[in-house]
Design a protein around this ligand. Structure first.
Ligand code: BG6
Length: 486
């Protein structure tokens, strides 16, 4: 049964920007195609450029359509465009928001204000909405980056918090909208099999990798101010870690889930002092070869200043100081220009306590659960089995579950799910202020250390798995990254 949204007014600030073009409008179109948007739902696109609705729709037709090719249908596209109006507004001038107010007076349903703009405009947009009296009973959706450190993120949250209360505030981390991340919750809490083993007594270590094959793709200027720690670790990687490590919440309500994630983030052992060099590796890619094609070094990409020290790779050994996880390393890793795109969680179980079945059982390694989140969703459970024949030779074999084979049909895109949740008023997949600030608190000593450091990031060739030091960090603990294992 299709869960159709209530009537709504979705106001998209930054409607001509890259995010609107590549993610938000395509996601709204997909939701429109699947029948999950109420017929009475309207989209009001807002940006600075002085054009009318007709010109904006022509722009959408040219620029958004290529991103929805697979789902494009001429008639459905026309009805989708029929939902959209455009208003030109200088978002830096709160006084101009009365124009928007007048336009929205006729609009129906809950109002969802989506801020797909740079964070420097968040404050003036919120003030404008308040001046025009538009904040009552509305929802505000904030895109990352929400600041560049704890202080700036608190400033944004303070100002937004003066105008919208926490229950009205939807902070996006698009990883939380991924089908595969939802499935992680299903794996952990829908099965009796894993939960009893999901603790330090049985788990030796956990590895979480978000690998990207792409380089800067025209985002160099933004990326150079950001780097991998802020772009991927503070948000996506720490959210994945929190979901892997959290206690079962007592319900799946938004606050019950977010309380448990927060507990994990609070229990993360601070990385400071000498641990900053022992437990963190920062890297930057050099020229190399990606899929057989030569690609430039990071500092040769458009928009990157010569001599930039921005990291395009981070590996961290994190620890969670609580009863369940004490002493279990969580190795986190992310990077641009790695050999392939893939997000994977590897749970390494402890070896059996006694090598009853001989030396081959030790050589074959321990059980390992590998959860592939993207591009393909899969679960592989590596077990030891006896090789047929004489004697007791054990080998690691894997039990494979490929979701594409189990479940046919299209997957819902992360943005589509999150936008629908915002329209429905479901907060569970959005990040609460305290979670977000705790994540900043944890990465801050690393940021500060790099700011003061005279050592440049470690180099790695584009198309390789990152600096040698990232492998060496694991080797010190008797581990290796998955690609070195297979
Ligand atoms: C974004 C980062 O949040 O996530 C990008 O800003 C990154 O740099 C992207 O490429 C990765 O998302 P996904 O869904 O492609 O893994």
């Amino acid at each position: 049964m299709i869960d159709v949204s209530p009537p709504f007014t979705f106001v998209l600030f930054g409607a001509t920007g890259d995010l609107s073009l590549r993610k938000i409008l395509p996601a709204l179109y997909r939701a429109h195609c699947s029948g999950t948007l109420a017929e009475a739902g309207r989209i009001v696109a807002v940006a600075r450029v002085a054009i009318d609705t007709e010109a904006y729709l022509a722009w959408v037709d040219d620029n958004v359509r290529p991103h929805v090719d697979a789902d494009w249908d001429a008639q459905v596209w026309e009805t989708f465009l029929g939902r959209i109006d455009y208003i030109s507004l200088d978002l830096a001038c709160p006084d101009q928001f009365s124009v928007l107010g007048a336009h929205l007076n006729a609009a129906c349903g809950p109002r969802v204000f989506y801020l797909a703009t740079g964070p420097q405009l968040f404050v003036s947009i919120c003030r404008g909405l308040a001046t025009a009296g538009l904040n009552e009973a509305a929802r505000i959706v904030l895109e990352k980056p929400l600041g560049h450190d704890l202080k700036s993120s608190m400033e944004i949250n303070d100002t937004v918090g003066e105008i919208f209360d926490e229950q009205q505030t939807y902070r996006i981390d698009h990883y939380l909208g991924k089908e595969s991340v939802q499935n992680l919750l299903a794996l952990r809490f829908g099965n009796a099999l894993f939960e009893p083993l999901w603790r330090r007594e049985w788990i030796d270590s956990v590895q979480i990798t978000i690998a990207e094959e792409l380089g800067m793709e025209g985002r160099g200027e933004f990326y150079d101010q950001t780097g991998a720690l802020r772009d991927m670790v503070q948000n996506h990687l720490l959210q994945l870690l929190a979901i892997v490590a959290m206690e079962p919440p007592h319900t799946m309500s938004a606050d019950a889930v977010r309380d448990e994630k927060l507990r994990v983030l609070r229990a993360l052992k601070p990385i400071d002092g000498e641990a900053l060099s022992r437990c963190v590796v920062r890297g930057q890619y050099q020229a190399g070869v990606s899929r057989g094609i030569p690609v430039p070094a990071y500092v040769q990409e458009a928009g990157i200043p010569a001599g930039s020290q921005t990291e395009t790779f981070v590996a961290i050994k994190a620890e969670i100081d609580n009863w369940r996880w004490a002493g279990v390393p969580f190795f986190l890793r992310t990077g641009k220009r790695l050999p392939e795109r893939g997000t994977e969680i590897v749970v390494n179980f402890r070896a059996v306590p006694h090598a009853l079945l001989g030396a081959s059982s030790l050589r074959a390694g321990a059980n390992r659960l590998v959860i592939g989140l993207q591009p393909k969703e899969s679960i592989r459970l590596h077990c030891l089995a006896k090789r047929p024949g004489d004697g007791m030779q054990l080998e690691s074999v894997s039990l494979n579950l490929d979701f594409d084979q189990c479940f046919s049909g299209k997957r819902m895109d992360a943005y589509e799910r999150l936008l629908l949740d915002a329209i429905h008023g479901r907060l569970a997949l959005f990040v609460r202020r305290d979670e977000q600030e705790q994540a900043w608190r944890w990465v801050e000593p690393i940021q500060a250390h790099w700011r003061m450091s005279t050592k440049p990031p470690k180099h790695y060739g584009a198309g390789t798995w990152g600096p040698v030091a990232a492998g060496a960090m694991l080797a010190q603990h008797g581990h290796c990254w998955p690609e070195a294992e297979y």
